[in-house]
Design a protein around this ligand. Structure first.
Ligand SMILES: Cc1ncc(COP(=O)(O)OP(=O)(O)O)c(N)n1
Ligand SMILES: Cc1nc(C(=O)O)sc1CCOP(=O)(O)O
Ligand SMILES: [Mg+2]
Length: 339
């Protein structure tokens, strides 16, 4: 076989590889998420790849002589969950498209350009999938743990995660930036190990640096539209609100969720007067995305809060200061599920 034949062999293998990766992704859109439009996009991309698969590429195939068929990385034989399976197949597809783009330059510049375009489209598809996953996880989260500085921070958060917590915010006011960054990185890894969302309080830069799932902004923090420009639409932005004007701005700014409070005065946010139950009722009627009541909520008043039309709560001390943070998390989750 001459060099052209060898290149055809590479193109043949990678056209197949890209199509196979796409097929795995397509099945999840179709049967897992019931998303016909995204399944349709995958199908169209596969058909486009098939159109580029020329007879001379097929003719160069030599499966029996392929020294790579026996090579399997241990990670390929096991996947932890759907997300890692999808990630691996996006990666496989993108790598194959990159190979097609590069070797295609030696055969047909149009093929190379088409593969480049397709690779960008697959990146976009991947971003949309992960943005979608974040929004779905947010929709399913009813308990939101906000951290406070404490000596056993990681153990406390892990105990809550083990008990079923799925949403964590790292809030750490009196901290140097290099420590904040390091702690955020560790917490992010921990939360993702438990398939939980990880949000950073106040700091868009740290959220980007550690690849957090989003950021929480108060009225004194970076304006929401600016944060959106920096973070894009794949990440979650939450916003604190205390009155209808702030809620209106959060809606216009495209917040993904809002904090509503304080429902009770709290030493964690000393000096901030309660927002009032009228405002809580107003949010319940006005806002159709997730919203979390916050401020002074503990196991003794949780029932009353939930009785006032609240479905989701954000907690600092009642879990972070608890003697048994795992058991307390479980008790909150049970009360929320009972509603
Ligand atoms: C879920 C949630 N709601 C409200 C807040 C408070 O944010 P902010 O007003 O910016 O105050 P600080 O937390 O920065 O002191 C929050 N963090 N989370
Ligand atoms: C961080 C924060 N923000 C609030 C707001 O109303 O915006 S209340 C609050 C503190 C909540 O802490 P705890 O659960 O310990 O009372
Ligand atoms: Mg803030």
């Amino acid at each position: 076989m001459n060099d052209l034949g060898r290149i055809h062999r590479i193109l043949d293998a990678n056209l197949d590889r890209a199509r196979e990766g796409l097929r795995v992704i397509e099945e999840w859109y179709r049967f897992g998420l019931n998303q016909s439009s995204l399944a349709e996009s995958c199908k169209n991309y596969r058909q486009e790849l098939a159109r580029w698969h020329r007879p001379e590429f097929w003719a160069a195939r030599d499966t029996a002589g392929d020294v790579g068929t026996e090579l399997t990385h241990p990670q390929e034989t096991q996947r932890d969950d759907i997300l890692s399976l999808l990630k691996a197949n996006f990666c496989r597809t993108q790598e194959a498209l990159r190979v097609l783009e590069e070797y295609g330059k030696l055969v047909d510049v149009n093929l190379s350009q088409a593969m480049k375009q397709l690779r960008y489209q697959i990146y976009q598809l991947e971003s949309e999938l992960f943005a979608n996953q974040r929004q779905q996880k947010l929709e399913q989260a009813y308990l939101y743990l906000i951290t406070m500085p404490c000596p056993n921070l990681f153990n406390t958060v892990e105990a809550a995660l083990q008990s079923g917590l799925t949403l964590v915010q790292y809030r750490d006011k009196p901290q140097t930036d290099n420590n904040r960054y390091e702690i955020a990185q560790k917490l992010c890894t921990l939360c993702h190990q438990y398939n939980a969302l990880f949000i950073i309080n106040d700091r868009v830069d740290i959220a980007l640096a550690v690849s957090a799932d989003g950021v929480h902004l108060g009225q004194q923090d970076m304006p929401l539209p600016t944060a959106r420009k920096l973070l894009g639409h794949q990440r979650i932005i939450g916003c604190s609100t205390t009155n209808p004007d702030e809620l209106e701005r959060a809606i216009l700014g495209g917040a993904d969720y809002v904090g509503v409070g304080p429902v009770y005065a709290t030493p964690t946010k000393a000096g901030k007067p309660p927002a009032g139950w009228d405002y809580v009722a107003y949010v319940a009627q006005t806002w159709h995305k997730p919203w979390f009541a916050i401020g002074g909520i503990d196991l003794s008043n949780c029932e009353t809060v939930l009785g006032a039309g609240v479905q989701r709560i954000a907690i600092v001390r009642a879990i972070m200061d608890a003697e048994n943070p795992g058991a307390t998390t479980q008790q909150f989750l049970q009360q929320l599920q009972a509603k």
